[in-house]
Structure formats: C-alpha cells, structure tokens
Design a protein around this ligand. Structure first.
Ligand code: KG4
Ligand code: ZN
Length: 362
C-alpha cells in the first residue's frame, strides 16, 4: 500500500511517499527556519503563507522522487493537529483537494502519533507495551503504548516543552533560533558540572507523592538569573563563544536531559515496557540519545532512536501513522478540519502494569 503523507503543522512543509507503513520511497522536507530565524521563533502568519507557496512543489517532488503519480497512491494521510491553525489548514486543504480530484481516501493524523511512528523505518516493529518519549518544540509527553494505536499519557510537561526551553535559553544568550542544535554543539565544548541546576520536583495533583511530569520553566528562570547575576553577555560570534557560555550550554542541556531521563527511568521501572521509543526534534540531542541508550542498556530494554531526519518534523512519519487507519478502510469526511489542540485518546491502562491484565476504556 502506497501512502502520500503531508505535514505542515509548524514550520516544515513536508511530503513523503511510504510503502506499507515502513519503506520510505521519498521524504521531502522544506524547512522555513531561514524565514523565522530573524524573529527568534516561528511567526504563524509567515508560516502559513510560506506553506501555501511551497506545498504544491513539495508534494510534486515527493511523488517524482518516489517515481509514482497520484494514480499509484492508495491513500493520503495528513496532519490534522495539534499545531498552528493556519499552517495545518494549508496541508489539510491541499490533501483534501488531492483526494477529491483523484478519488483516493484521506485520513487525518495526530502529529504526536506521527512522531511515535518515526521509528517505523529503521527498526523492526516495536514489542508492546512500549514506552515512548516524544520531545519537541511544542510537546513533551511520555506515553505507555500497550498495543499499537493505544496511548496512555504517563507524563507531560506542566509548562514549557523541552524544545521550547532550548529555544528560549538560546535566544536569551544570543544564540538564536532554533536553540537545540546550537546548544547541543556548544555543550560538547563546555563543562556540564560547572553549574548544577536543580531539577523540578512536581507533586501529584492528589498529593500522593511525586509525579512523573516535567517542568522546564523554572530551569529557564534559573538560567536567566544565573546570566544576570554573573553578568554574562549574549554571544556575538557563535563560532567563538566564551567559556562561561559553553559551560552554561553544557549545564543547561544536562539539566534537561537529567529531567527527561529521570521520568523515563521511573516509568520504565513502573510499567516494564518491552521497547523504549525516543522521538521529536529534541531526540536529535546527542546527550539525550546517549543517556537513553545507556538507560535502556542498564534496564536491558531495546531503545529505538531514529535518525535526525525522522525525529524532526517530516511527512514520512505521518504516512506511517496513517497506514493502519487506511488499511482498515478508514476515510475522513470532507468536514475534516484543523484541530489545534487534538489529543490522543487516553486509554485506561492501570492494568498495563505487569501484574494485572489489560483493560481498556476507549
Ligand atoms: O519535532 P520538531 O521538529 O517540531 C515540533 O513539533 O516542535 O522539534 C523542533 C524542536 C525545536 O525546539 C529545536 O530547538 C529542537 O527540536 N531541537 C533540538 C535539537 N535539534 C532540534 N533540541 C535539542 N538538541 C538538538 N540537537
Ligand atoms: Zn513535531
């Protein structure tokens, strides 16, 4: 089954052709970073305008690279949400137009579920239950996946997403947008023990102990305070940052990684997954990749960590997530529209802990 995937939820216009949910025939990504860089973050109005300009060419290129035409495609999968409304609408309306003109079925895909499927191309099918850490610029979620397409949110950020923290700290110290890649590069040159940023302790809402949830806004404030108190000047030339900046990058990144891995470890001990999945733009981070690999090694659980092309926003993951739905014969109605806060249905998997038998409430 050949699926055309389309993704436009944020600042990447992307299209891909994927065979049977696992073989990438093409994966075209047009990044708008150059447009948004000078504003220090994504400007929604500019993003939707640029999607509109690029989408047709990007889809054409995906079909051409795969050596197919619309006639060979069995279905279209498009990101329905969450994301920026104007950006999502460009992808959805283009996909609907293509589906209408060609008579092919179309399904809407949750962007976060797409990220989970980014492991579909370079690894065997995961064994379940799986534990997936999805860390990006907009989301930081830890899911227990008792079986394909069933998700139990076991931890989420209470404030900023991990990628957002990288982007905000980067802006604060003059390293620009996006922050993740540059902080990752500079952190390798600094001392991660130079500044010990404490990790947030988050209480369960019902007061029953510590939660697995994340919080990064306190860390961002701690970095701001450190910068002010130590009179650290913003970077002028990112090729020659001061030692203080290098240490700050290394220590900040280490605090983010420690927080992510602390919850992942606790959740893995609680739910005893058979596979650990790492996805989303922040999964490009070299320290996080190494830390998750090390944890997985200690716990003797395989970790699936995709290549950076698949962890950042792309349409191959959307096509892969759409595959089981199209295979079942699902087809969205023409009323399908963008849903900026689309959630994954949360299954009740109290029972997915090893001792009990799974019971799902859908
Ligand atoms: O998944 P993604 O492409 O888009 C969203 O769905 O948000 O993730 C983009 C985020 C940005 O915040 C960016 O700074 C972060 O991923 N990122 C990284 C790295 N590469 C990208 N964060 C840390 N280390 C990296 N190497
Ligand atoms: Zn994303």
């Amino acid at each position: 089954m050949l699926i055309l995937g389309i993704e436009s939820s944020c600042d990447e216009t992307a299209a891909a052709v994927v065979e049977n949910g696992a073989t990438v025939r093409s994966n075209v990504i047009y990044s708008q970073i150059a447009t948004h860089k000078k504003f220090g973050g994504v400007v929604p109005e500019l993003a939707s305008r640029e999607h509109l300009e690029k989408i047709e060419g990007v889809v054409d290129e995906a079909l051409k690279t795969a050596g197919v035409t619309y006639a060979d495609i069995d279905g279209i999968a498009v990101t329905q949400g969450p994301g920026l409304v104007g950006s999502l609408l460009v992808g959805i309306n283009f996909a609907k137009g293509a589906a209408f003109a060609t008579g092919k079925p179309i399904v809407g895909v949750n962007h976060i579920e797409g990220h989970v499927y980014s492991v579909a191309f370079e690894f065997p099918p995961p064994e379940y239950p799986a534990l997936a850490l999805v860390v990006s610029g907009g989301h930081t979620n830890l899911f227990l996946i008792p079986e394909p397409e069933k998700y139990k949110l076991v931890a989420r950020t209470r404030d900023d997403a991990a990628g957002e923290a990288f982007d905000k700290v980067s802006k604060l110290i003059g390293l620009g947008y996006p922050g993740g890649p540059v902080i990752d590069r500079l952190a390798k040159l600094g001392n991660k023990r130079a500044i010990i940023f404490p990790l947030a302790e988050i209480k369960e809402k019902n007061g029953s102990g510590l939660s697995l949830d994340f919080s990064f806004s306190g860390l961002k404030t701690a970095v701001l305070r450190y910068v002010r108190e130590n009179h650290i000047e913003p970077v002028i030339d990112p090729e020659h940052p001061s030692e203080q900046i290098l240490d700050l990058c290394a220590s900040f990144q280490n605090a983010v990684v420690r927080a992510l891995v602390r919850s992942l470890r606790k959740a893995a001990q609680k739910y005893q997954p058979k596979t650990i999945l790492l996805a989303g733009g922040v999964a490009c981070n070299s320290e996080l990749r190494a830390a998750v690999k090390q944890l997985a090694g200690e716990l003797k659980i395989p970790a699936f960590i995709p290549s950076p092309t698949y962890t950042t926003d792309n349409a191959a993951m959307i096509a892969a997530a759409g595959y089981p739905k199209l295979l079942r014969g699902e087809c969205a109605s023409w009323e399908m529209s963008a849903d900026v806060s689309l959630r994954l249905p949360n299954v009740d998997v109290e029972a997915a802990t090893p001792k009990k038998k799974a019971r799902y409430k859908l």
